[in-house]
Design a protein around this ligand. Structure first.
Ligand code: FE2
Length: 184
């Protein structure tokens, strides 16, 4: 093989090595986004979740106030209390970790929720139907579990979250039951 050809091959190998290194960095960065959460990331996640729970508590409150179905109202009151307890627990944990709760759900999401949950024009069946078709329970629970799985470095928060996920499973199950009952 000529010297020129050898040089060309060496150069090509050099380029290839650089490309592989670059690729590996990108893969590592991607894997990092699935790795353990830092305390700052945990606080941010908890705060976002807390804001959603507080909004849920308010929304379910508006539904209870306009609810015309006795059995539904009973379940809603329990779900509302769970949402409120979650918001409080998350707030406490954020503070224990050195953060301060600050996030709010954006206004349009809040308005949308209150309009739907607190509507006096929609029936309870219509509300249940709209709510149940707006999300997939399994996806929500899986997304939350995925976050909990990344909290191995903070087992207190991890199991606080896992207990909350069990509660969410109850609430979502109740909504499904209500859907089966009212929308059959
Ligand atoms: Fe919730």
């Amino acid at each position: 093989m000529s010297q020129a050809a050898l040089t060309r091959i060496e150069k090509a190998i050099g380029t290839l090595t650089q490309e592989v290194a670059g690729l590996r960095e990108r893969v590592d960065a991607l894997a990092g986004s699935q790795g353990p959460l830092t305390t700052a990331e945990i606080i941010e996640f908890l705060d976002r979740f807390r804001a959603g729970e507080a909004m849920g508590e308010a929304g379910i409150g508006a539904w209870i106030a306009t609810c015309q179905t006795d059995c539904l109202r009973g379940g809603l009151r329990t779900a509302q209390m769970r949402e409120g307890a979650h918001a409080l627990l998350l707030e406490q944990r954020i503070k224990e970790l050195g953060g301060s709760p600050s996030q709010e759900m954006d206004e349009s999401a809040q308005t949308q929720m209150m309009d739907l949950y607190g509507s006096t024009k929609l029936s309870d069946a219509e509300k249940v139907d709209k709510i149940c078709s707006s999300f997939d329970p399994d996806t929500i629970l899986q997304q939350l579990s995925d976050q909990a799985d990344r909290m191995d470095n903070d087992q207190e928060t991890q199991f606080l979250l896992r207990s909350i996920i069990d509660d969410e499973r109850s609430t979502l199950g109740f909504l499904k039951q209500a859907h089966d009952l009212l929308c059959a």
